[in-house]
Write a protein that binds this ligand. Structure first.
Ligand SMILES: Cc1ncc(COP(=O)(O)O)c(C=O)c1O
Length: 391
């Protein structure tokens, strides 16, 4: 079956954060919404069918995740990422952000230092500070809009007593797919200082053509023993509204500590549709995903085709992973408030301001390319016209 990712599907009036909160967020209901990380594509038919089938039963009582759910996840990780896990290693989370917060509660104490690597998905900061842990920054190094980890500073942070590193793998918003070498170097430092690694791998399946995702815990048994992997079908198959994710640890003590927090706050049941959709997506969604990846690749090519026209004002690289691109507007010399106003009011775009992602986000914007090609084309044309007019 050939899926049609070109179709414009109206999302207004569906309580969509991306569409229906434009007035609140941007003060303008008409911006092209390319911010929140969900896709403007229909969730795969195999997933919708499974949920519709379940709906027919008409009783929505308490439910649990069965063996088929676990098998689907296990086989997916093996097939797509060559990562072998056992059912006993899997725990539940009603989302990766809740999982990050629960991990912080489970493995650290108030006052403990936790490392994050900005610019990074902003809930990482809150997961640390909202529980009175100490936020330690190991900013990524930017060179010609390409980002790498600062291993020397990471070692210093670990040496200074950090207890945990929260890794974004692949990294949102700079769209890096960390390589085995990079992850090995990072993990060697964490192992040396006994720093627990939390690897948020929600974007693992959304790696651009020509790049590869490496599951951190797949590097070695030693690394796995000191790592918690967090993953979900939610980004891959556009299921974010179903609040379902998996937490994986081969180290039984780690898993037990995590589950203690999960159970203490009684959020372990999840929901019927999260369970059913995840199972269907992992077991039947692969053909759809392959076509999606081809389409996203074309959107990245489209973005890159605008580069010669835009480069005097904005620089960027083709994303290696995620469906987001990270645009560097520093050349404009605007402060972040002025840049934001320009993007919203002059270009008519609803993007994520880079400063939301912390240090290193100044002068940047994140754009979501998971939408029909015609939308990407329209947005980039609007951007070009606004830049031509104003600079
Ligand atoms: C790196 C990363 N982690 C987690 C999330 C959100 O996860 P969830 O909706 O499962 O809480 C996102 C969403 O954009 C993300 O980019």
């Amino acid at each position: 079956m050939k899926y049609n990712f070109d179709e414009i599907i109206p999302r207004e009036n569906t309580n969509s954060i991306k569409y229906d909160l434009r007035s609140e967020i941007f003060g303008n209901p008409d911006v092209i919404p390319m911010w929140v990380a969900d896709m403007d594509f229909r969730t795969p038919d195999v997933v919708i069918d499974a949920m519709q089938q379940r709906c027919k039963h008409e009783i929505m009582g308490y439910s649990f995740r069965d063996d088929d759910y676990h098998t689907a996840l296990i086989q997916w990780l093996k097939r797509r990422h060559n990562y072998t896990i056992e059912k006993e290693w899997i725990a539940f989370a009603p989302g990766i952000v809740p999982a990050l917060n629960m991990a912080v509660l489970a493995f650290t104490q108030p006052g403990d230092a936790i490392i994050v690597q900005p610019p990074v998905y902003f809930p990482f900061f809150g997961a640390v500070t909202e529980h009175n842990r100490k936020l330690i920054l190991n900013p990524l190094i930017r060179h010609n809009d390409y980002y790498t980890m600062d291993y020397d500073n990471l070692e210093q942070c670990c040496c200074d007593g950090a207890r945990m590193l929260i890794l974004c793998n692949p990294h949102n918003p700079v769209s890096r797919a960390w390589t085995p070498d990079e992850l090995t170097r990072m993990s060697e430092i964490c192992l040396r200082y006994n720093v627990l690694m939390i690897s948020d791998e929600i974007h693992a399946d959304l790696v651009q053509r020509g790049h590869k995702h490496t599951v951190l815990a797949s590097l070695s048994e030693k690394v796995a023993n000191q790592t918690i992997t967090m993953t979900a079908a939610s980004k891959t198959f556009n299921l974010a509204g179903l609040a379902t994710a998996a937490v994986i640890a081969s180290n039984p003590q780690l898993l037990q500590s995590y589950n203690q927090v999960l159970n203490a706050i009684h959020v372990g049941m999840g929901n019927i549709f999260g369970n059913i959709s995840t199972r269907a997506a992992y077991s039947k969604g692969e053909p759809w995903l392959e076509q999606l990846l081809d389409y996203l690749h074309e959107n990245v090519n489209l973005l890159m085709s605008f580069q010669p026209r835009l480069q005097q004002w904005v620089s960027y690289r083709a994303p290696e992973a995620t469906y987001m691109a990270w645009l560097n507007f520093s050349k404009l010399g605007l402060d972040d408030e002025a840049l934001n106003k320009f993007i919203i009011n002059e270009a008519g775009l609803g993007l994520n301001a880079g400063i939301q992602f912390g240090a290193g986000g100044e002068g940047h914007m994140r754009i979501n390319l998971a939408c029909p090609k015609s939308t990407v084309e329209k947005a980039l044309t609007q951007l070009e016209q606004a830049l031509l007019k104003h600079f």
